[in-house]
Design a protein around this ligand. Sequence first.
Ligand code: ZN
Length: 126
Amino acid sequence: MRRILATKESLTAVNGSKIMEELDETPVAKKCSRCVYDESVPNIVFDEAGVCNYCQLYDSLNRQYPNTGTEGEKRLQELVDEIRVGGKGKKYDCVVGVSGGCDSSFLLHTLVGKGVRPLAMHFDNT
Ligand SMILES: [Zn+2]
């Protein structure tokens, strides 16, 4: 089945009325009202407000494990303190797996900035 991810308004603004005629004959994928996921994402379901289950999962995890603002900074500092205590008298405070992507690189940057001495490990198993 052919899927269109743009709204009718954005296609009209960019491409003019000919595309609009084609779009009127093409089913538009249902899309989350908060994020970019649409019904092509495996196991996606939407609530009555059109919010997908992945946004709801994010909200739930963010309530359990706040990672932003004052509460997130406090929690991060508690983890850093615990890691540094565990590393006392050792060459490294912890081991961090590094893929080379943004997430692990940012984690290393953040830890070193907070005074943690990580041993960065990378496995080239490709
Ligand atoms: Zn969503």
